[in-house]
Design a protein around this ligand. Structure first.
Ligand code: XIL
Length: 302
């Protein structure tokens, strides 16, 4: 196949991009999205601050734009994200435990039901663990007020809200085997053992010189898959340029293809100019939507 989405589909996978609603009106942006990708993740538009900036008052207009566009092109959609410490409106942090629990469950339920039948997989909980060697949970209103059980509660609520969506845990710096990924691994293992609903684990895969593609990336994806969940590369970007960047993208692509339960990969943006990274060129298309060596490497590897 001659496109990323087409080549991935031939291997039974999807190839997605993070999409921002405010770029959809740019013809080259939309054309590249529509030609090359068969999955989208709204980059910011489904986050708590975007859809529920005040309690129980929901605004889905920007997210609906992306969903409408994707559905018009028969693309899959990843929902991102329901419970996260960041991009969380201030009112959430001000609630007591009882109100926070009901606000969390209400948020999950209302957002998922709005998109029922349209979302392939949801990042139910994002980034709940600390970096470093502790393997501990990250401080957040959810962790601090509801305790360790908030993740389980979020997943149980999500399953009830939309039984047909795949439910993922998503995080970064979990791409290789380390204390943080071990902590996520133990969470998933425990959920599977106790019948807590979880279907997939997302590996954000934001790579740069400080955080390179781990040597054991494929093994790490495989050990999660062996627990009985799908794995997905959810926010891929790799700092660099030229053949070095291309080699890294090739390795990531090959790692996903080598793991039968790696169901797809998503790059975190389309042209470099719209990357969330403040500087650098971490994506597959240059500022003029030209295909970079990294693009060719991915397409060839698929
Ligand atoms: C980023 C977006 O790309 C930016 O536009 C926004 O300002 C901040 O969030 N991990 C995640 C994503 O799960 O939601 C983040 O997206 C990048 C890190």
């Amino acid at each position: 196949a001659s496109t990323l989405g087409g080549a991935a589909a031939a291997k039974g996978r999807y190839f997605g991009a993070a999409v921002a609603a405010n770029h959809l009106g740019e013809s080259q942006y939309a054309a590249t999205l529509d030609t090359e990708f068969n999955s989208v993740t709204p980059e910011n538009e489904m986050k708590w601050d975007a859809v529920e900036s005040s309690r129980d008052s929901f605004n889905f207009s920007r997210a609906d734009q992306i969903v409408g566009h994707a559905q018009g092109k028969s693309m899959q959609i990843r929902g991102h994200t329901l419970v996260w410490h960041s991009q969380l409106p201030g009112w959430v942090g001000g609630l007591n435990a009882t109100d926070l629990r009901s606000a969390m469950n209400n948020h999950i339920t209302k957002v998922m039901q709005h998109y029922q039948g349209k979302i392939y997989a949801w990042d139910v909980v994002n980034e709940a663990f600390q970096d470093g060697n502790s393997g501990a949970r990250r401080s957040s209103p959810f962790q601090d007020k509801l305790g360790n059980g908030f993740i389980e509660e979020a997943f149980r609520t999500a399953r009830a809200a939309d039984p047909n969506a795949k439910l993922c845990y998503n995080d970064y710096n979990t791409d290789g085997q380390n204390a943080k990924s071990n902590a996520v691994y133990n969470l998933v293992k425990d959920f599977k053992a106790r019948g807590v609903p979880i279907d997939c684990v997302g590996f954000q895969s934001h790579f740069n010189s400080q955080s390179p593609v781990p040597g054991d990336y494929q093994q790490n994806l495989q050990r999660f898959a062996d627990l009985g969940v799908d794995v997905q590369i959810t926010e891929l970007d790799i700092e660099g340029s030229g053949s070095a960047q291309a080699d890294n993208y090739r390795r990531v692509t090959q790692a996903c293809l080598a793991v039968s339960r790696c169901t797809g990969m998503t790059v975190w943006g389309i042209p470099d100019k719209y990357s969330w990274r403040a500087s650098g060129t971490p994506l597959l298309f240059d500022d003029n939507y030209g295909k970079k060596p990294a693009y060719q490497a991915v397409l060839t590897a698929l």
